[in-house]
Design a protein around this ligand. Structure first.
Ligand code: IMP
Ligand code: MG
Length: 215
């Protein structure tokens, strides 16, 4: 079972005033739940765990866009540091896929691949899927079944966040950064209708903002 840093349901978070938050979002957020520095520290350790398990062979890191792009870039930077500084190093290449499952703050039943690289390129490869957050697990289960049709040699999934929610299908990634309460989170590339990707910390969105940015 993957270990993770647990953010409790009664976690009070940190006042926005203690951190730098873009002025244009100040009234939209309640609390900082995971400061950027903590995300980076946990990501550094995930990089080490992944290389310990998957190292030795060429890894194709598959970024699930758009929400995964920050975590993907930072995780790969940490993997590069390990490659630079150890006797064993592993070639790393990157692929991108774009999926859409969300409207406003609700997961929809349809998970659609709406662009990116051809999954068939991943045949015979060791693939590391890099995702921002697993909620119901439907996006990842859909992606995994599409990928398995292409016969990769190995597939592992790392998700920065997993939500504790009764809507979960029970799916758990191989590597998890944090387990988080059942709230709508934004920042560090997680969005609400495309807003808040330009925020470094992971924060809870308030109800007023859900109305303000609704489509
Ligand atoms: P799932 O298919 O229900 O597991 O949802 C996964 C996708 O929904 C993630 O990749 C995100 O893009 C999006 N998502 C789920 N929860 C949140 C959230 O709290 N904030 C932002 N996006 C979310
Ligand atoms: Mg995502």
């Amino acid at each position: 079972m993957a270990s993770y840093l647990q953010i409790a349901d009664d976690e009070k978070g940190h006042d926005l005033d203690l951190f730098c938050v873009p002025r244009h979002y100040e009234s939209d957020l309640d609390k900082v739940i995971i400061p950027h520095g903590l995300i980076m520290d946990r990501t550094e350790r995930l990089a080490r765990d992944i290389i310990q398990d998957m190292g030795g062979h060429h890894i194709v890191a598959l970024c699930v866009l758009k929400g995964g792009y920050k975590f993907f870039a930072d995780l790969l930077d940490y993997i590069k540091v390990l490659n630079h500084n150890s006797d064993k190093s592993v070639p790393l290449t990157v692929d991108f896929i774009r999926v859409k499952s969300y409207c406003n703050d609700k997961s929809t039943n349809s998970v659609r691949v709406i662009g990116g690289d051809e999954l068939s390129n991943l045949s015979g490869k060791n693939v590391l899927i890099v995702e921002d957050i697993v909620e119901t697990g439907r996006t990842m289960q859909t992606l995994l079944s599409l990928l398995n049709e292409c016969n990769p040699k190995m597939v592992k999934v790392v998700s920065l966040l997993v939500k504790r929610t009764p809507r979960s299908s029970g799916y758990r990634p191989d590597y998890i950064g944090f387990e988080v309460p059942d709230a709508f989170l934004v920042g560090y590339a997680l969005d609400y209708n495309e807003y808040f990707r330009d925020l470094s910390h992971i924060c809870i969105l308030n109800d007023q903002a859900k109305e303000k940015y609704k489509v």
